[in-house]
Design a protein around this ligand. Sequence first.
Ligand SMILES: Nc1ncnc2c1ncn2[C@@H]1O[C@H](COP(=O)(O)OP(=O)(O)OP(=O)(O)O)[C@@H](O)[C@H]1O
Ligand code: NI
Length: 269
Amino acid sequence: MLEIDHLALDFLRYRGLWQREAVPCLRDVSLSLVRGEVHAVVGASGAGKSLMAQAIIGLLPGNARLRGELRLDGAPLDAPRQAALRGKRLALIPQSLAALDPLVRSHRQVTWAAQRAGVSAPRAAAERALTEVGMVGDSARRYPHQLSGGMARRVLLAMATAGEADWLIADEPSVGLDPAHRDGVLDQLRRLADAGKGVLLITHDLRHALSVADRVTVFHAGTTLETAPADAFQGRGKALASGYARALWRALPDNDFARPPVHEVAPLA
Ligand SMILES: Nc1ncnc2c1ncn2[C@@H]1O[C@H](COP(=O)(O)OP(=O)(O)OP(=O)(O)O)[C@@H](O)[C@H]1O
Ligand code: NI
Protein backbone atom coordinates (compact mmCIF):
# COMPACT_ATOMS: atom_id res chain seq x y z
CA MET A 1 0.00 0.00 0.00
CA LEU A 2 1.20 3.53 -0.80
CA GLU A 3 -0.04 5.96 1.80
CA ILE A 4 -0.04 9.73 1.68
CA ASP A 5 -0.77 11.05 5.14
CA HIS A 6 -1.59 14.71 5.80
CA LEU A 7 0.93 16.03 3.33
CA ALA A 8 1.47 19.80 3.31
CA LEU A 9 3.90 21.79 1.22
CA ASP A 10 5.14 25.38 1.25
CA PHE A 11 7.51 27.12 -1.09
CA LEU A 12 10.01 29.44 0.52
CA ARG A 13 10.59 32.64 -1.38
CA TYR A 14 12.35 35.91 -0.75
CA ARG A 15 10.29 38.90 0.14
CA GLY A 16 12.46 41.91 -0.42
CA LEU A 17 16.16 41.43 0.19
CA TRP A 18 16.26 39.73 3.58
CA GLN A 19 12.93 38.34 4.49
CA ARG A 20 11.75 34.93 3.46
CA GLU A 21 8.15 33.83 3.45
CA ALA A 22 6.43 30.49 3.00
CA VAL A 23 3.83 30.21 0.26
CA PRO A 24 1.44 27.32 0.98
CA CYS A 25 0.66 25.11 -2.02
CA LEU A 26 -0.52 21.85 -0.44
CA ARG A 27 -2.47 22.14 2.79
CA ASP A 28 -3.74 18.70 3.71
CA VAL A 29 -3.42 15.82 1.26
CA SER A 30 -4.25 12.27 2.30
CA LEU A 31 -5.02 9.21 0.24
CA SER A 32 -3.95 5.60 -0.03
CA LEU A 33 -3.24 3.59 -3.15
CA VAL A 34 -3.63 -0.14 -3.26
CA ARG A 35 -2.41 -2.62 -5.84
CA GLY A 36 -4.96 -3.67 -8.38
CA GLU A 37 -6.70 -0.30 -8.35
CA VAL A 38 -6.81 2.75 -10.55
CA HIS A 39 -7.14 5.62 -8.09
CA ALA A 40 -7.99 8.90 -9.78
CA VAL A 41 -7.20 12.32 -8.38
CA VAL A 42 -9.43 14.98 -9.87
CA GLY A 43 -9.23 18.71 -9.37
CA ALA A 44 -8.95 22.06 -11.08
CA SER A 45 -5.82 23.51 -12.61
CA GLY A 46 -3.47 24.83 -9.93
CA ALA A 47 -5.03 22.71 -7.16
CA GLY A 48 -1.66 21.05 -6.44
CA LYS A 49 -2.05 17.67 -8.15
CA SER A 50 1.34 17.71 -9.89
CA LEU A 51 3.08 18.85 -6.70
CA MET A 52 1.59 15.84 -4.94
CA ALA A 53 2.96 13.58 -7.72
CA GLN A 54 6.42 15.15 -7.39
CA ALA A 55 6.27 14.74 -3.61
CA ILE A 56 5.48 11.02 -3.95
CA ILE A 57 8.32 10.40 -6.36
CA GLY A 58 10.73 12.69 -4.47
CA LEU A 59 11.40 15.27 -7.18
CA LEU A 60 10.37 18.55 -5.58
CA PRO A 61 12.29 21.78 -6.14
CA GLY A 62 14.88 22.65 -3.47
CA ASN A 63 12.85 25.48 -1.97
CA ALA A 64 9.89 23.21 -1.18
CA ARG A 65 9.19 22.42 2.50
CA LEU A 66 7.23 19.24 2.96
CA ARG A 67 5.37 18.04 6.07
CA GLY A 68 3.30 14.94 6.67
CA GLU A 69 4.24 11.38 5.85
CA LEU A 70 4.57 9.03 2.90
CA ARG A 71 4.65 5.28 3.49
CA LEU A 72 5.13 2.36 1.14
CA ASP A 73 4.15 -1.09 2.38
CA GLY A 74 4.14 0.23 5.94
CA ALA A 75 7.66 1.75 5.95
CA PRO A 76 8.40 5.47 5.56
CA LEU A 77 9.03 6.52 1.98
CA ASP A 78 11.79 9.02 2.72
CA ALA A 79 14.23 10.67 0.30
CA PRO A 80 16.84 7.85 0.18
CA ARG A 81 14.14 5.23 -0.35
CA GLN A 82 12.48 7.36 -3.04
CA ALA A 83 15.83 7.66 -4.82
CA ALA A 84 16.38 3.90 -4.60
CA LEU A 85 12.91 2.99 -5.88
CA ARG A 86 12.38 5.74 -8.47
CA GLY A 87 12.14 4.34 -11.98
CA LYS A 88 12.26 0.81 -10.54
CA ARG A 89 9.31 0.15 -8.26
CA LEU A 90 7.89 3.67 -8.49
CA ALA A 91 7.40 5.36 -11.85
CA LEU A 92 6.09 8.76 -12.90
CA ILE A 93 4.53 9.79 -16.17
CA PRO A 94 5.30 13.50 -15.89
CA GLN A 95 2.83 16.14 -17.01
CA SER A 96 5.50 18.09 -18.85
CA LEU A 97 6.69 16.91 -22.27
CA ALA A 98 9.94 18.72 -21.50
CA ALA A 99 10.90 15.60 -19.52
CA LEU A 100 12.03 14.05 -22.82
CA ASP A 101 15.67 14.55 -23.79
CA PRO A 102 15.61 16.59 -27.04
CA LEU A 103 18.86 15.04 -28.32
CA VAL A 104 17.97 11.37 -28.01
CA ARG A 105 15.71 9.26 -30.23
CA SER A 106 12.52 8.07 -28.53
CA HIS A 107 13.26 4.36 -28.54
CA ARG A 108 16.66 4.94 -26.93
CA GLN A 109 15.11 6.96 -24.12
CA VAL A 110 12.67 4.13 -23.45
CA THR A 111 15.50 1.57 -23.52
CA TRP A 112 17.48 3.66 -21.02
CA ALA A 113 14.45 3.79 -18.72
CA ALA A 114 14.25 -0.02 -18.87
CA GLN A 115 18.01 -0.30 -18.21
CA ARG A 116 17.84 2.04 -15.22
CA ALA A 117 14.99 -0.05 -13.84
CA GLY A 118 17.21 -3.12 -14.10
CA VAL A 119 14.94 -5.28 -16.27
CA SER A 120 16.70 -8.28 -17.77
CA ALA A 121 16.20 -7.51 -21.48
CA PRO A 122 15.89 -3.72 -21.75
CA ARG A 123 15.67 -3.54 -25.55
CA ALA A 124 12.89 -6.05 -25.73
CA ALA A 125 11.08 -4.35 -22.81
CA ALA A 126 11.34 -0.98 -24.61
CA GLU A 127 10.05 -2.49 -27.83
CA ARG A 128 7.08 -4.00 -25.99
CA ALA A 129 6.31 -0.76 -24.16
CA LEU A 130 6.46 1.30 -27.36
CA THR A 131 4.28 -1.18 -29.25
CA GLU A 132 1.75 -1.07 -26.42
CA VAL A 133 1.33 2.70 -26.88
CA GLY A 134 1.15 2.39 -30.66
CA MET A 135 4.64 3.74 -31.40
CA VAL A 136 6.07 1.31 -33.91
CA GLY A 137 8.55 1.38 -36.76
CA ASP A 138 9.80 4.79 -37.81
CA SER A 139 7.75 6.80 -35.32
CA ALA A 140 9.56 5.15 -32.39
CA ARG A 141 12.92 6.23 -33.83
CA ARG A 142 12.12 9.93 -34.01
CA TYR A 143 13.66 12.71 -31.95
CA PRO A 144 11.25 14.44 -29.56
CA HIS A 145 10.91 17.54 -31.78
CA GLN A 146 9.69 15.27 -34.60
CA LEU A 147 6.82 13.97 -32.47
CA SER A 148 3.35 15.42 -32.09
CA GLY A 149 2.32 16.34 -28.53
CA GLY A 150 0.22 13.20 -28.26
CA MET A 151 3.04 10.98 -29.55
CA ALA A 152 5.48 12.53 -27.07
CA ARG A 153 3.02 11.81 -24.26
CA ARG A 154 2.82 8.18 -25.36
CA VAL A 155 6.63 7.92 -25.34
CA LEU A 156 6.57 9.16 -21.72
CA LEU A 157 4.02 6.44 -20.92
CA ALA A 158 6.26 3.84 -22.58
CA MET A 159 9.23 5.07 -20.51
CA ALA A 160 7.24 4.70 -17.31
CA THR A 161 5.98 1.21 -18.15
CA ALA A 162 9.16 -0.24 -19.70
CA GLY A 163 10.66 -0.65 -16.21
CA GLU A 164 7.68 -2.68 -15.00
CA ALA A 165 7.28 -0.62 -11.81
CA ASP A 166 4.72 -1.75 -9.23
CA TRP A 167 3.40 1.76 -8.68
CA LEU A 168 2.63 4.16 -11.49
CA ILE A 169 1.88 7.85 -10.97
CA ALA A 170 0.32 9.14 -14.19
CA ASP A 171 0.08 12.94 -14.28
CA GLU A 172 -2.39 13.93 -17.01
CA PRO A 173 -1.28 11.06 -19.26
CA SER A 174 -4.00 11.55 -21.85
CA VAL A 175 -4.05 15.33 -22.23
CA GLY A 176 -3.86 16.41 -25.86
CA LEU A 177 -4.54 12.94 -27.24
CA ASP A 178 -7.28 12.26 -29.78
CA PRO A 179 -10.20 10.23 -28.39
CA ALA A 180 -8.95 6.87 -29.73
CA HIS A 181 -5.46 7.25 -28.27
CA ARG A 182 -6.86 8.72 -25.05
CA ASP A 183 -9.07 5.68 -24.57
CA GLY A 184 -6.08 3.49 -25.44
CA VAL A 185 -4.03 5.10 -22.66
CA LEU A 186 -6.85 4.84 -20.11
CA ASP A 187 -7.43 1.18 -21.08
CA GLN A 188 -3.73 0.49 -20.65
CA LEU A 189 -3.75 1.98 -17.13
CA ARG A 190 -6.75 -0.22 -16.33
CA ARG A 191 -4.93 -3.32 -17.60
CA LEU A 192 -1.85 -2.46 -15.53
CA ALA A 193 -4.03 -2.24 -12.42
CA ASP A 194 -5.79 -5.49 -13.33
CA ALA A 195 -2.33 -7.08 -13.58
CA GLY A 196 -1.72 -6.08 -9.94
CA LYS A 197 -0.05 -2.70 -10.17
CA GLY A 198 -1.15 0.37 -8.23
CA VAL A 199 -2.07 3.26 -10.52
CA LEU A 200 -2.60 6.89 -9.53
CA LEU A 201 -4.31 8.74 -12.37
CA ILE A 202 -4.14 12.52 -12.07
CA THR A 203 -6.57 14.36 -14.30
CA HIS A 204 -8.75 17.44 -14.36
CA ASP A 205 -11.40 15.51 -16.31
CA LEU A 206 -13.83 13.69 -14.05
CA ARG A 207 -15.45 11.87 -16.98
CA HIS A 208 -12.18 10.29 -18.06
CA ALA A 209 -11.38 9.41 -14.46
CA LEU A 210 -14.73 7.67 -14.00
CA SER A 211 -14.26 5.63 -17.17
CA VAL A 212 -11.39 3.65 -15.56
CA ALA A 213 -11.08 4.43 -11.86
CA ASP A 214 -12.09 2.28 -8.91
CA ARG A 215 -11.87 5.20 -6.51
CA VAL A 216 -11.72 8.93 -6.99
CA THR A 217 -10.17 11.52 -4.69
CA VAL A 218 -11.43 15.04 -5.18
CA PHE A 219 -8.73 17.64 -4.80
CA HIS A 220 -9.41 21.31 -4.19
CA ALA A 221 -7.05 24.17 -3.36
CA GLY A 222 -4.26 22.00 -1.98
CA THR A 223 -6.61 19.75 0.00
CA THR A 224 -8.09 16.31 -0.60
CA LEU A 225 -11.76 16.82 0.15
CA GLU A 226 -12.94 13.24 -0.10
CA THR A 227 -12.25 9.83 -1.58
CA ALA A 228 -15.28 8.06 -2.99
CA PRO A 229 -15.84 4.85 -4.95
CA ALA A 230 -16.39 5.62 -8.63
CA ASP A 231 -20.01 4.47 -8.40
CA ALA A 232 -20.77 7.22 -5.86
CA PHE A 233 -20.78 9.53 -8.87
CA GLN A 234 -24.30 8.91 -10.06
CA GLY A 235 -27.73 10.52 -10.00
CA ARG A 236 -27.61 13.82 -8.17
CA GLY A 237 -24.43 12.84 -6.36
CA LYS A 238 -26.13 12.21 -3.01
CA ALA A 239 -23.52 9.59 -2.07
CA LEU A 240 -20.78 12.23 -2.23
CA ALA A 241 -19.74 13.89 1.01
CA SER A 242 -18.51 17.27 -0.21
CA GLY A 243 -20.44 19.98 -2.00
CA TYR A 244 -17.46 20.54 -4.27
CA ALA A 245 -17.42 16.91 -5.46
CA ARG A 246 -21.17 17.09 -6.10
CA ALA A 247 -20.71 20.32 -8.02
CA LEU A 248 -17.94 18.77 -10.15
CA TRP A 249 -20.19 15.82 -10.93
CA ARG A 250 -23.23 17.92 -11.72
CA ALA A 251 -21.21 20.21 -13.98
CA LEU A 252 -20.78 17.36 -16.49
CA PRO A 253 -22.75 17.84 -19.71
CA ASP A 254 -24.71 14.60 -19.19
CA ASN A 255 -25.95 15.77 -15.81
CA ASP A 256 -27.44 19.14 -14.93
CA PHE A 257 -24.69 21.00 -16.75
CA ALA A 258 -24.64 23.27 -13.71
CA ARG A 259 -22.14 26.09 -13.77
CA PRO A 260 -18.65 24.60 -13.36
CA PRO A 261 -17.36 25.15 -9.84
CA VAL A 262 -14.12 26.73 -11.02
CA HIS A 263 -15.40 30.19 -10.01
CA GLU A 264 -15.84 29.02 -6.45
CA VAL A 265 -12.18 28.12 -6.06
CA ALA A 266 -10.93 29.85 -2.95
CA PRO A 267 -7.41 31.25 -3.21
CA LEU A 268 -4.85 29.51 -1.03
CA ALA A 269 -4.51 31.52 2.18
N1 LIG B 1 8.26 25.31 -8.29
C1 LIG B 1 7.24 26.04 -7.83
N2 LIG B 1 7.46 27.17 -7.12
C2 LIG B 1 6.43 27.90 -6.64
N3 LIG B 1 5.12 27.59 -6.82
C3 LIG B 1 4.84 26.47 -7.52
C4 LIG B 1 5.87 25.64 -8.06
N4 LIG B 1 5.28 24.59 -8.70
C5 LIG B 1 3.96 24.78 -8.59
N5 LIG B 1 3.68 25.89 -7.87
C6 LIG B 1 2.34 26.41 -7.52
O1 LIG B 1 1.63 25.39 -6.82
C7 LIG B 1 0.27 25.38 -7.21
C8 LIG B 1 -0.12 23.96 -7.64
O2 LIG B 1 0.55 23.62 -8.85
P1 LIG B 1 0.37 22.21 -9.56
O3 LIG B 1 1.23 22.19 -10.77
O4 LIG B 1 0.59 21.13 -8.57
O5 LIG B 1 -1.17 22.24 -9.96
P2 LIG B 1 -2.03 21.13 -10.75
O6 LIG B 1 -3.17 20.77 -9.89
O7 LIG B 1 -1.14 20.04 -11.20
O8 LIG B 1 -2.57 21.97 -12.00
P3 LIG B 1 -2.75 21.53 -13.56
O9 LIG B 1 -4.06 20.80 -13.64
O10 LIG B 1 -2.82 22.85 -14.28
O11 LIG B 1 -1.59 20.70 -13.96
C9 LIG B 1 0.11 26.42 -8.30
O12 LIG B 1 -0.44 27.58 -7.70
C10 LIG B 1 1.52 26.67 -8.77
O13 LIG B 1 1.67 28.00 -9.19
NI1 NI C 1 -0.53 19.39 -12.97
